[in-house]
Design a protein around this ligand. Structure first.
Ligand SMILES: [Fe+2]
Length: 341
């Protein structure tokens, strides 16, 4: 049956317009060429940005002014020496002795390995627990993500050239979605150019006339794109696209261990090219809010617990589904030893 005849799905697709739904392929309203020619996608883009500015205004006391200015101007900010040597050593020691629930996703030849910093994992890790509740840390991430609830925190290891496979799609510059979103990296090791540093196109989060035009044209054809990601709402941008948007070349953000980098991943970003076998170890933070909700919500600790509960339930559900098909789920379980070997 053609998808448009699935009448029972239309309310779901319609409601998706008012939330984070972004796939031009999965949602025929979001992917409608006619509606996007009439400006549907760009209306969502503009409205979501206006609403994010309202939430940033409410939360402005949570991040120092200089960093807010950097974040607004460049799309990212860098806090060097966020962890001093002793804190770094103590946190690294806890991380490397971990035996938590580690999961891995493979994209091309690169493996991303993560452990969620939830209540159970943090129970006997005092330094990581203190970091997860550190007001300076959590407040800055809350401001950047325009969401009062603390972000999800993970230990993350990116392992380049870990497997046989094609190019890592995260190494192409891309915007995660149509609205401002936050990701952050607290590096636990020095990041050199050979290690595939986080890479950002400075200033690319701004909705300039050129970005507006590029995004509008892309949205009109997005349902027909086939790079595997753009059609799902995460637009890829090659060098010629960046030139068309009058944007500078991507910059690899090298950093000393203990540096915190916070980025608006609506701007174009990706992983830097890395030598096979190179890897990065970091605390990784992620935050997304309903892009059309002007209120940042409440920073109540139990909200995190609820998010963790649903995340675990989702992973278990995906594990079961994958098992029934005889394949590993996209975020499949691995042993923590495999993460730190
Ligand atoms: Fe991304």
């Amino acid at each position: 049956m053609p998808r448009v005849l699935k009448i029972y799905m239309w309310p779901v697709w319609f409601l998706g317009l008012f939330g984070q739904a972004k796939s031009f392929r999965a949602n025929p309203i979001i992917g409608s060429r006619l509606l996007n020619r009439l400006g549907l996608h760009m209306m969502r883009v503009v409205l979501a940005r206006l609403v994010a500015h309202i939430r940033w205004f409410f939360l402005m006391g949570k991040m120092p002014k200089k960093l807010r200015q950097d974040y607004a101007r460049d799309g990212f900010c860098v806090v060097e020496g966020f962890l001093d040597k002793e804190e770094l050593a103590a946190i690294r020691a806890e991380v490397l002795s971990s035996a938590g629930e580690a999961r891995q996703m493979v994209q091309g030849n690169t493996a991303t390995q993560r452990i969620l910093l939830d209540h159970a994992y943090l129970a006997n890790k005092p330094k990581l627990h203190a970091l997860s509740e550190d007001r300076t840390f959590v407040n800055m991430l809350s401001y950047a993500g325009a969401k009062a609830t603390a972000p999800l925190l993970y230990i993350q290891r990116i392992r380049n050239g870990r497997l046989e496979g094609g190019a890592d799609p995260q190494k192409t510059m891309h915007s995660d979605t149509f609205h401002p979103t936050m990701k952050a990296w607290l590096f636990l090791e020095d990041v050199t150019p050979e290690m595939g540093p986080f890479t950002y196109v400075r200033g690319s989060h701004r909705l300039t006339r050129e970005r507006f035009k590029w995004e509008y044209i892309r949205s009109c054809n997005a349902g027909r794109l086939s790079d595997g990601y753009s059609e799902k709402g995460s637009f890829r941008a090659g060098p010629e696209d960046l030139t068309a948007m009058n944007l500078p070349a991507p910059e690899g953000i090298t950093a000393r261990a203990g540096t915190l980098v916070i980025a608006n991943t609506n701007g174009f970003h990706g992983r830097g090219q890395a030598a096979a076998g190179a890897n990065r170890l970091e605390i990784w933070a992620y935050s997304r809010h309903n892009p059309f909700n002007p209120l940042p919500g409440f920073g109540l600790p139990f909200m995190n617990r609820i998010e963790h509960f649903f995340l675990h339930a989702y992973w278990r559900h995906m594990d079961k589904k994958a098992k029934s098909r005889g394949v590993p789920s996209s975020w499949h379980l691995i042993s923590a030893r495999e993460m730190f070997d």
